[in-house]
Ligand binder design. Structure first.
Ligand SMILES: Cc1ncc(COP(=O)(O)O)c(C=O)c1O
Length: 220
C-alpha cells in the first residue's frame, strides 16, 4: 500500500536523481567563493527573486534571522503577523539575535494589510517609543493554512513602507506555492520586498536549506 505522508511538506525526501546530483556536485572552499555549486545556487536564488545577491544558509529560520539582523538596529520594533513563523516558532530569535522587539499584529487569515501596518508604525518624533525597523510578511502563511498575499495588498504594503522608509522582509519559505497559486513569477512577488527568504526543504525534497536574497548593502 502506498502511503502519502501529509503531516508536513518538510517530510519530503530527495529523489535518486537529487542524491546522485549531490554526490556528483563540484565542491570547494565557500569562504574563498570557490564552491561552484553554492555559487550557482546563490546566483539562481538571486535571479529567481530579482535581487542583487543570494546567500545560502542552512535553514529557513537562519535566513529569516539573518535578514532581520541586517535590516534592524537594537531596540527597533519589527511588525509581523501574530501567528507568523518568525514570531511564533523562531525561539524568540528577533529579541535574542537582533535585539529587536516584535510587534505582532493579528490579521485575518494571516494576511497583514496596509491599514493594519499603518496603525502599528511608530511615530518617529516620539522619543519614548521604539523605531519601526522592519515589516515582515509570510507568504504563503504557514499557520493560517497556506494563505497567499494578493498582489495588490503586497503593492500597497510596499508603497506604505516606502513612504516611511521601512524595509520589508518576506518569509517566502513557500514562495513557490504562492507563485503557482497567483500564476506569477517569483520575482514579481519578491519585488514588493527588500529581502526574501526561501526554502528548498518545503515540498521540494532538500534535507535542509534556506536562502536569503536581497541587496548586498543597506541603502534605504
Ligand atoms: C513560513 C516558514 N518560515 C520559516 C520556516 C523555517 O524553516 P526551517 O525549518 O528550515 O528553519 C518554516 C518552517 O516550517 C516556515 O513554515
Amino acid at each position: 500500500m502506498r502511503v502519502v505522508d501529509l503531516r508536513s511538506d518538510t517530510v519530503t525526501l530527495p529523489t535518486p536523481e537529487m542524491r546522485r546530483a549531490m554526490y556528483e556536485a563540484e565542491v570547494g572552499d565557500d569562504v574563498y567563493r570557490e564552491d561552484p555549486t553554492i555559487n550557482r545556487l546563490e546566483e539562481l536564488a538571486a535571479h529567481m527573486t530579482g535581487k542583487e545577491a543570494g546567500l545560502f544558509v542552512t535553514s529557513g529560520t537562519m535566513g529569516n534571522q539573518v535578514a532581520a539582523m541586517v535590516h534592524t538596529q537594537k531596540s527597533d520594533e519589527i511588525i509581523c503577523e501574530a501567528e507568523s513563523h518568525i514570531y511564533y516558532y523562531e525561539v524568540g530569535g528577533l529579541a535574542c539575535l537582533s535585539g529587536a522587539q516584535p510587534r505582532p499584529i493579528a490579521a485575518k487569515h494571516g494576511i497583514l494589510t496596509p491599514e493594519l501596518i499603518r496603525g502599528a508604525i511608530r511615530n518617529p518624533s516620539d522619543v519614548h517609543v521604539p523605531r519601526t525597523g522592519l515589516i515582515c510578511l509570510e507568504n504563503t502563511h504557514n499557520r493560517a493554512g497556506g494563505t497567499v498575499y494578493p498582489m495588490d495588498v503586497l503593492a500597497g504594503i510596499k508603497a506604505l513602507a516606502k513612504e516611511y522608509g521601512i524595509p520589508v522582509h518576506m518569509d517566502g519559505a513557500r514562495i513557490f506555492n504562492a507563485a503557482v497559486a497567483l500564476k506569477k513569477d517569483v520575482r514579481e512577488i519578491a519585488q514588493h520586498a527588500d529581502t526574501v527568504q526561501l526554502c528548498l526543504s518545503k515540498g521540494l525534497g532538500a534535507p535542509r536549506s534556506g536562502f536569503t536574497a536581497g541587496r548586498t548593502a543597506r541603502t534605504y
